[in-house]
Write a protein that binds this ligand. Structure first.
Ligand SMILES: *Cc1c(COP(=O)(O)O)cnc(C)c1O
Length: 326
């Protein structure tokens, strides 16, 4: 790694930058959940974060660090949704022009929200085009600063502030389940856990349709897969980041996978039992905790909900596609 990896100090610095800008999201308990897992479960609700997902933390932290001339020139990003909204909202707050590449089949609610924040959106084909390349090329030709969705020290340090708040609020944990795409949220959470709860088992959770991080850890190097076909649209990453992978290798204990059906049953649980709307990707963490219930029995467990952006048409479509198992 040519560049020094970010540390817990960077997560603390990000928290200072986000003070008064990002929301301190609630940590919720549920009697039903504790009974079902026979554990004490603390749910960190980033579905209630500004723009509906934790990504605001990393996006704002990265943009807030730009120089005056970088701010004037503007930023470029790519995303299937939540990072797009995060950069667009942060750019609006900081008065920075933003251009965002979004897949042509992005969730309509996410597309509308990104445009609503005033960003210029350019459509691309996520199964055929390399968005990273498109964004890099535009940044070079127009002098824009590229803000990647996860593989960036300032982005992942910002994402780590959600777990920082969780540990500050509830103390050390035995286990922490974190939704995993490119690894920004997981690596940032791991930095916070290492400092504040060193004994905590950190588990990243990716969709079964695309277990590239699991494969990468087994192989000891990053494995690239075809864009996974899953309802977890926030975790359709073909490859983990270079920086995030170094941190995950060093600090994360295990990677679990869950199916689309498990995600929908978890969405149903959140809606019926905890009165919350959670997007499929945001359900990865609790779905894995349900699956691992035997090994977390009697423990103090953290679950990070990563986001809640889903429209009701899609929500009800998923509910009918996978009826309740009761
Ligand atoms: C981006 C995103 C993820 C994955 O985060 P990474 O930092 O890429 O691992 C998970 N859930 C939601 C809701 C997201 O928007």
């Amino acid at each position: 790694m040519p560049q020094a990896l970010p540390t817990f100090e960077d997560v603390l610095a990000a928290a200072a930058r986000l003070e008064g800008v990002a929301l301190k999201t609630p940590v919720l308990r549920s009697r039903t959940l504790d009974d079902r897992l026979q554990a004490q479960v603390f749910v960190k609700c980033e579905n209630f974060q500004r723009m509906g997902a934790f990504k605001f933390r990393g996006g704002f932290n990265a943009l807030a660090k730009l120089s005056d001339s970088e701010r004037r020139a503007g930023v470029v990003a790519y995303s299937s949704g939540n990072h797009a909204q995060a950069v667009a909202l942060s750019a609006k707050i900081l008065q920075i022009p933003a251009t965002i590449f979004m897949p042509h089949d992005a969730a309509p609610a996410k597309l509308a929200a990104t445009q609503g924040y005033g960003a210029k959106v350019i459509a691309y084909d996520r199964y055929k085009e390399d968005a990273n390349l498109l964004a890099t090329e535009l940044s070079l030709s127009k002098g824009l600063t590229f803000i990647p969705p996860f593989d960036h020290p300032d982005v992942l340090s910002g994402q780590g502030t959600a777990a920082l708040e969780l540990f500050n609020e509830v103390g050390a944990l035995d286990a922490l389940f974190v939704c995993l795409g490119g690894g920004g949220l997981l690596s940032g959470s791991a930095l916070a856990a290492q400092a504040l709860s060193p004994g905590c088992q950190i588990v990243g959770v990716e969709p079964a349709a695309g277990n590239d991080v699991q494969q990468s850890l087994r192989k000891g190097e990053r494995v690239k897969i075809a864009t996974p076909v899953t309802i977890a649209d926030g975790a359709q990453t073909p490859m983990v980041g270079a920086i995030t992978f170094e941190i995950i290798k060093a600090l994360v204990h295990d990677i679990h996978t869950v199916t689309d059906e498990q995600l929908v049953q978890t969405m149903r649980f959140y809606a019926e039992r905890m009165k919350m709307i959670v997007e499929p990707t945001g359900c990865l963490s609790l779905a894995a905790a349900f699956q691992a219930s035997a090994s977390i029995k009697g423990q103090k467990v953290g679950v990070i909900i990563s986001g809640g952006n889903i429209d009701m048409a899609r929500f009800s479509q998923l509910m009918s596609a996978y009826p309740s198992g009761d």
